[in-house]
Write a protein that binds this ligand. Sequence first.
Ligand code: ADP
Ligand code: ASP
Ligand code: MG
Length: 414
Amino acid sequence: MPIIVHKYGGTSVGTPEKIKNVARKVKKVHDRGNEVVVIVSAMGHTTDELIDLMDKITDNPSPREYDMLVSTGEQVSAALLAMALQEIGCPAVSLTGGQAGVKTEDIYKKARIKDIHLDRMKKELKQGNVVVITGFQGIDSKGDIITIGRGGSDTSAVAIAAALAADVCDIYTDVDGVYTTDPRIVKNARKIENISYEEMLELASLGAQVLHPRSVECASFYDIVIHLRSSTKDITGTYIKSVAQIAREASKMEKKEPVRGIALDENIAKVGILKVPDKPGIAAHIFGALAAESINVDMIVQSIHSAGAMADMAFTVNRTDMKKAVQVTEKLKKKLAAVSVIWDPDVCKVSIVGKGMVSQPGTAAKMFDALSKAKINIQMISTSEIRVSCVVRKEQGKKAVQILHKVFGLEKVR
Ligand code: ADP
Ligand code: ASP
Ligand code: MG
């Protein structure tokens, strides 16, 4: 019997009516004789509201209690969906990540899923139940509840699909596919039919919130097709699959556009340490200290002062890590004989992504030219074979995306 794995995001289960609607859709799939597993996120903005509550209690929450708290949102939606299914005559059971056998690393707040023990899930499926599982969480080796990073329910779903050897994981959300950029920013953004794991992973890692990056990584590793689609419209969405599969299915050799999508990440901050002596070992010292505090550093720029053996070092971190990164850098300032530490939360990162960039020189230059014509100053740049990212002032981020979308002709149907 085929196993169907569906995931419904926060907005799709945001109200009792929406949960009832999801239940009706799930029942139809179950009635066709399928075994069905559904992964759910917390209702609407519940996770943010739980974090707001926490902020009213403490500035310095224990990571263990953070996970205990924020994981509760998914329990509410899972239990309500199971009840809604039972109410319309569809047998269902809800399980927490731990009950469903989702084992994670022993790291609070951002663990990876290590393993999934299927016994309980299989038993419930065999009894004819739809199994509704809380996304975003699992348990560690001590049996503590662990969350896997904001937006992580997508990853729970793909990991469960992989463990159950499903070929496809359907991710239902409030847009009907992956667009060339966030359709909230560019009204004429275009829906993409098929996108490779590599391009989707870049877009997701660079801030396109539509999928959790690790879900794409996991899908690529286990060769699971993700079908990202609308929870309200019954239409085909976007397929995320391997380049080889896309090429096999294409009727003709597709022309490779240099840019397939644009992402905006407004959740970053810049930190700088100024006038550090320019000698071997300084970068290792700074970034070693940040790594020891589990702070992920993204872009790094070092500039040399002409006046002497001094350098300025600037880097970006996730905005939630800014305070900690400044504390770590301030501590090093004296030791390294640096002059000052600066920080700026009012920046953002705009990135263009596309595999076709490799064979088309001049794509980065075209991006810089478009930004300069719009009087948008670029503060930092980083590149890979398939992307170019620029840090700009936060208030100019959306405008930058709109301009680049136009300059690269992404609105045109191909
Ligand atoms: P869910 O609650 O279902 O997980 P999210 O809010 O996490 O949904 O993700 C869906 C949102 O992602 C959309 O509403 C859209 O505004 C945003 N988004 C950002 N970039 C893109 C993109 N390239 N294509 C589609 N949606 C995008
Ligand atoms: N509820 C969690 C969050 O808001 C996980 C998710 O929605 O995927 O981050
Ligand atoms: Mg999401």
